[in-house]
Ligand binder design. Sequence first.
Ligand SMILES: [Fe+2]
Length: 254
Amino acid sequence: MVGFVDIHSHFLYDIDDGPKDIEGSISMLKEMKSEGISAVFSTSHFNIGEIKIEDFIKKRDERIASLKDVSKEIGIEIKKGAEVFISSLLPNLELLPSLALEGTNYILIELPYIQNYPNEYNNVISKIMRNFNLIPIIVHAERYNFFAKKPAILENLINMGCLVQITANTLLEKNFMFVDHLIKNNYTHFIATDSHNLQKRPPKIKEAISVSTLKHGEKKIKEMLKNQQDLLVGKQIPYSEPGKLTHLFGKYYI
Ligand SMILES: [Fe+2]
């Protein structure tokens, strides 16, 4: 049976704010296995202002190679990827497709934690799509204040062709209303762990899935889990129209 496919995790060691050494990576892979995760995309942070893309790819691929045997033993498949911080330089970065989720034309895009969404991001995103035929997945959409204040920005990104990932642990946070509104109104396509370590940001997903299945019904949650499995085998995710997310009293509590 295919288990959960985690499309967002920082389990690779010594490359970003994930584990410092190989032992840390191995413990995370073991924990994933016990959570029922059978495949994981390695999506370490890539920020063009901090590292050359060639260096990032080399380091990432070396780390993955060093975990090849042990991941086989544990029984978890590792695929390549990256969490790419948005920059106006990305549309001209020739090697950008090497950061897409392996075997797909989907790429994780991270936005900054600022109050107002700069409209020029829409240009950057459409250029990335046009120049490389890539489909951006906006990561942890529930965490951005500008989406909570103005959900129409996210709705527009989805209508441009972007997909949306939410984070498993936020589904367990009491009063995190925004993430539930996103699911309810058809704004979400993937649930991932965004795990960094075993302590504060562990690769937990099981409980989040059962809690949100109770809240939102099996169909909705299963659809997202299936999308993740489809990415693993390189299938395209079909477009589905988002609802109209409106609110009465200012922004959602996030
Ligand atoms: Fe992340």
